[in-house]
Design a protein around this ligand. Structure first.
Ligand code: FAD
Length: 620
């Protein structure tokens, strides 16, 4: 049957990418349909119940700055919050929230159900409806056809998903959910560059069977951090502790003894797994000299006894899982509530995507999330927001949403994927960003909220709060700049008398031995009312890191010119003299849109970039 209403944007999949995509498109005022297997699993965390962390927290703040849902859901579902790297520089400080799975999911669903212009529908999508090389709709397993103009596909780990526990395998999108088989067949027939990846998850344990008294408790931070720009600690549910324990030689022996029945070591799994989130069997194999590995024992929620032992992801047979778990301190009597497993799934070479996340092969078809070779909720959500916004922008005939590498981690993520592709599940790290001092969590709002507002992603409430913050920063900066302190000034004496020339209070803030609190404690320098902590934070970072930030800005200015130089779509690389055949092939296959993108394709040397620049100059 043909559904009577038309939805210009159709999103397939209600995971982290799909929910942000659908919300972004609907926020832009476009009638949007989200079709997913099961409305009960909207926003479900397939693996660890946590949001954020280094690099990932940065993405969450960026999603939030663009009006997205993830940070808000983490505030409503977060049961422990920490700032990682708190004592390091601001570029690598990152927020992490342990989440109550049920509360997180409920928060996402609430936002989806209350978003104007968004309609939900529960059923599997089996097929895309194409008109030549353009997508015009989707067909569900029940034979219902929905028509539209842009389709965002966010099928996660579900495409031809295959679950492994020991040598047993079964079909599934994740434990308890069916795979998307028919859709996988359709996509395979479209020649979009399919390959397989794998990921894994640890067994879950019944907390009542664990002895927490022998583990090290790890409380959250005080004061409790907040994820969303608009959030507050009052929104958080009750906060709890996590715990730490370790594997030992005995655990490792048990694992080694089970490797002959491991799907990874017997070749049953072909897909490449996440290098930075390896299974315990992989860790023991790769780091054979390490006698112990850390395990974070994380609560799954406030209303459940289940805990998530972070660090022992495994696809070993159940009997080996049980034995290895019980060899761990505090887990001696553990009961496994859900066995660990690995999953293999189809993904598509992201070099087949434009920087907007639209596929090059099929007009109007966007891909976001795990399907593009990434791993992680945050990476998926960030892409989802971008793909949803671009799907809507296409319908509205507006400029697309894209970011440069110096503007956002989102820019780094999409550029890495679309120009370099990935051979293993890609996750975000601060080290992937060359301009990371500019891409901090604390300035995500300044970098992105105005862009989001222009495109229609940012609502009135956020925009007002953002402007108030900017005005408060400006006002306090101005006030500090206008206060002059000279030797003999009463304030100079109170600040150790180390002032030998005329300086402003803002100059004083640059001094390593001073901070805002010390300056504000001096009567002559104190503000009438103490600014908000976020305002103080900005003033301090701006003052203390001004030199480094300016240097990075200069670097950006120099590279931006080359970075943005467009390469005409009809360029014939065979015409460029001096290019090696390898470089010619790579450029011809990936067809970068700018010289910057071309330069980052592995194998494209600086010499090749120079030849390209000369050729472009000649073409005029
Ligand atoms: P998903 O969250 O998988 O959501 C996909 C959604 O699409 C689901 O709602 C599904 O029902 C729906 N869907 C799929 N096909 C169809 C269809 N044809 N029709 C309708 N609906 C459809 N990440 C880490 O960072 N670290 C880890 O250690 C880690 N381990 C993992 C272990 C396992 C076993 C699994 C399953 C995932 C793991 N992940 C891990 C990955 C993390 O879960 C994903 O990165 C993230 O969920 C991806 O989000 P997504 O939105 O792309 O897809």
């Amino acid at each position: 049957m043909r559904y009577p209403d038309r939805f210009p944007v159709i999103v397939i999949g209600g995971g982290h990418a799909g929910t942000e995509a659908a919300l972004a498109s609907a926020r832009m005022g476009v009638e949007t349909l989200l079709v997913t297997h099961n409305i009960e699993t909207l926003g479900q965390m397939s693996c660890n119940p946590a949001i954020g962390g280094i690099g990932k927290g940065h993405l969450v703040k960026e999603i939030d700055a663009l009006g997205g849902a993830m940070a808000h859901a983490a505030d409503l579902g977060g049961i422990q919050f920490r700032i990682l790297n708190a004592r390091k520089g601001p570029a690598v400080r990152a927020t992490r929230a342990q989440a109550d799975r049920v509360r997180y999911k409920a928060a996402v669903r609430h936002m989806l159900e209350n978003q104007p212009h968004l309609t939900l529908f529960q059923q599997a999508v089996d097929d895309l409806i194409l008109d030549g090389e353009r997508v015009v709709g989707v067909r569900t397993s029940g034979g219902i056809e929905f028509f539209g103009e842009s389709v965002v596909l966010t099928a996660g780990t579900f495409l031809a998903g295959q679950i492994h526990v020991g040598l047993e395998r079964s079909e599934g999108g994740r434990a308890g959910d069916p795979p998307a088989k028919k859709l996988a067949d359709t996509l395979r027939s479209l020649d979009l560059g399919v390959a397989r990846l794998k990921t894994g998850t640890p067994p879950r344990l019944d907390g009542r069977s664990l002895d927490f008294s022998v583990m090290q408790a790890q409380p959250g931070d005080t004061p409790t951090p907040v994820f969303s720009f608009l959030g507050s600690p009052e929104e958080h549910p009750r906060q709890v502790e996590c715990f730490i324990t370790h594997t030992n030689e005995r655990t490792h022996e048990i694992i080694r003894g089970g490797l002959d029945r491991s799907p990874m070591f017997t070749g049953n799994i072909e897909g490449v797994g996440p290098r930075y989130c390896p299974s315990i069997e992989d860790k023991i194999h790769r780091f054979a000299d390490k006698a112990s590995h850390q395990i974070f024992v994380e609560p799954e929620g406030l209303d459940t006894h289940e805990v998530y032992p972070n660090g022992i992801s495994t696809s070993l047979p159940f009997d080996v899982q049980l034995e290895l778990v019980r060899s761990i301190r505090g887990f001696e009597n553990a009961h496994i509530t859900r066995p660990g497993y690995a999953i293999e799934y189809d993904f598509f070479d992201p070099r087949g995507l434009k920087p907007t996340l639209e596929t090059r092969g099929i007009e109007g078809l966007f891909f976001a999330g795990q399907i593009n070779g990434t791993t992680g909720y945050e990476e998926a959500a960030a892409q989802g927001l971008m793909a949803g916004a671009n799907a809507a922008a296409r319908v509205l005939d507006r400029d697309p949403l894209t970011f440069r590498r110096d503007q956002a981690y989102l820019g780094v993520l999409v550029d890495d994927l679309t120009t370099q592709g990935t051979l293993e599940p890609y996750r975000m790290f601060t080290s992937r960003a060359e301009y990371r001092l500019m891409l901090r969590e604390d300035n995500a709002d300044q970098r992105l909220t105005p862009i989001g507002r222009e495109l229609g992603l940012v609502d009135e409430r956020r925009w007002r709060a953002f402007n108030e913050k900017m005005e408060a920063i400006e006002a306090e900066r101005g006030r500090l700049k206008d206060i002059w302190v000279h030797p003999g000034h009463p304030a100079a004496d109170k600040l150790d008398g180390s002032i030998s020339r005329n300086v402003t209070a803002l100059d004083l803030l640059r001094r390593p031995e001073l901070d805002y609190a010390k300056i504000a404690a001096v009567d002559e320098l104190a503000p009438e009312a103490m600014p908000a902590p976020a305002v103080i934070e900005q003033l301090e970072i701006e003052a203390k890191y001004a030199g480094y930030i300016d240097r990075q800005r200069d670097e950006v200015a120099r590279s931006v010119k080359q970075e943005e130089q467009p390469i005409p779509a009809d360029i014939d690389y065979a015409e460029i003299p001096g290019l090696s055949n390898e470089v010619r092939d790579k450029l011809g296959q990936q067809r970068p849109a700018t010289v910057g993108q071309a330069a980052r394709i592995p194998g494209v040397t600086p010499a090749a970039v120079s030849l390209l620049l000369v050729h472009l100059k000649r073409r005029g």
